[in-house]
Design a binder for this molecule. Structure first.
Ligand code: ATP
Length: 266
């Protein structure tokens, strides 16, 4: 996606328009993440603390990262990306130091979202983990506890195995909200296919609705692959010597989509 092109620390360019399906999930995202960042006074007025941490959980490729980037962009918040491999270090104290730096960047550039992809890889249950893991969980807990209750920094964790997280992380004032991001149904698949074909020259014989009904079990990432593969099939066809049509007349046809269906598995 386009989001990967943006330098870290700036709002990525993903918008809600780039997310197919997930309408109810996005409503929750607006309430739990967007509202505290954009209108913290609403929470102050009602006398409640906005959430500091929200877990997005569900299978890989369903749009968790996409959602986190889209909210950051919509509210013009700084997006601080934290990945497990980047944080985990065998040198004593280095992982905690890196975590503190990430939170520091977020606080200095608030409103901000700190995003942990695959948070289970760095914050598993402390009983099961080694020394580094335990210290990282402890540091993350204290950093979240230290966040201003005002809510201008929200921590989002994405995981497909919510029950492997250290339970202390899911207590009040930490990741105490959860939004399930599931496998899309037919309607969701149709919307996702529409997102990923919206800039493609589709031939008239391509039936997105029918394709949605035939792609049971495909998640967003699979549907994106399917669309890309169909376009690449069209490209290969267009480049073959015997075809003499200008590139501007090249369309992605039903046959290209069928070839992609045979090549892409959920
Ligand atoms: P992982 O756990 O593997 O990180 P994820 O849930 O964070 O998975 P994303 O990284 O958000 O998944 O999705 C991968 C790609 O799949 C996105 O860049 C996007 O192109 C596509 N995609 C996934 N879900 C959707 C969706 N709901 N609408 C549109 N595109 C989607």
């Amino acid at each position: 996606g386009t989001a990967d092109a943006s330098p870290s620390g700036t709002a990525p360019t993903v918008t809600y328009e780039d997310i197919g399906g997930l309408d109810e999930e996005l409503d929750l995202v607006r309430e739990m993440i967007e509202l505290p960042l954009s209108e913290p006074e609403v929470f102050a007025h009602l006398g409640i603390d906005p959430p500091k941490g929200v877990l997005l959980h569900g299978p890989p490729g369903t749009g968790k990262t996409l959602i986190a980037k889209a909210v950051a962009n919509e509210v013009d918040a700084t997006f601080v990306d934290v990945s497990g491999p980047e944080i985990m270090s065998k040198y004593k104290g280095e992982s905690e130091e890196k975590l503190r730096e990430k939170f520091q960047t977020a606080r200095e550039n608030a409103p901000a979202i700190v995003f942990f992809d695959e948070i289970d890889s760095i914050a598993g249950k402390r009983d099961d983990g080694g020394d580094v893991e335990n210290r990282v969980v402890g540091q993350l807990l204290s950093l979240m506890d230290g966040l201003d209750a005002r809510g201008d920094v929200v921590v989002i964790g994405a995981t497909n195995r919510v029950d492997t997280l250290d339970p202390a992380l899911r207590r009040g004032g930490r990741f105490d909200r959860e939004i399930e991001i599931g496998v899309p149904n037919e309607q969701g698949r149709r919307e996702i296919l529409e997102v990923h074909t919206r800039r493609m020259p589709l031939a008239e014989d391509v039936d997105i609705e029918r394709l949605a009904s035939r792609t049971h079990g495909f998640v967003g990432a699979d549907l994106e692959s399917l669309a890309t593969e169909a376009a690449m099939t069209a490209l290969r066809r267009g480049r073959r010597a015997d075809v003499d049509a200008p590139i501007t007349e090249l369309e992605v046809t039903r046959a290209d989509v069928e070839a992609a269906m045979a090549a892409v598995e959920p």
